[in-house]
Design a binder for this molecule. Structure first.
Ligand code: 5GP
Length: 125
């Protein structure tokens, strides 16, 4: 079920629990601003999630309210992870689902990185 992005941050959401170390993940990268880990149900040969360390529900929440340093740190971390995964030459796709129409399921902002094969058309019809 897609989340309601208007709700306050839920500290019990699965990514908050991963950030606190209560739930394991296959970590790819971590710094002051972000944690990157493999998606539990990959939809491409490379499917990594990058999440900010701050308590941000969605892209809307983050882009409107996060301090500049967190936005810069998170954005740079995403780029760092794509290079770590050696995706810059073959290419890759970044995706953020937001709210109901975006079909966001976890109420903690996350950027999907897809790669490792030709990804085809942007959105399924
Ligand atoms: P959304 O639809 O919210 O953009 O994507 C949520 C993503 O989180 C999905 O791709 C789903 O497979 C992934 N996911 C959900 N629960 C877990 C988990 O416990 N661990 C990991 N690594 N990924 C998860």
């Amino acid at each position: 079920m897609p989340i309601d992005p208007g709700l306050p941050y839920d500290r019990a959401n699965i990514f908050a629990r991963i950030l606190r170390g209560e739930v394991p993940c296959k970590r790819v990268y971590e710094d002051e601003y972000a944690l990157a880990f493999h998606d539990i149900a990959p939809q491409a040969p490379v499917h990594v999630l990058v999440i900010p360390k701050g308590a941000w529900v969605s892209w809307d929440d983050f882009s409107a309210r996060a301090p500049d340093a967190e936005i810069v740190g998170f954005t740079r971390a995403i780029g760092h992870v794509t290079r770590l995964l050696k995706l810059e030459a073959p290419g890759y796709r970044l995706m953020v689902n937001m709210g109901g129409h975006g079909h966001q399921e976890v109420p903690h902002l996350h950027v999907h990185i897809f790669g490792g094969r030709q990804l085809g058309a942007m959105i399924a019809s």
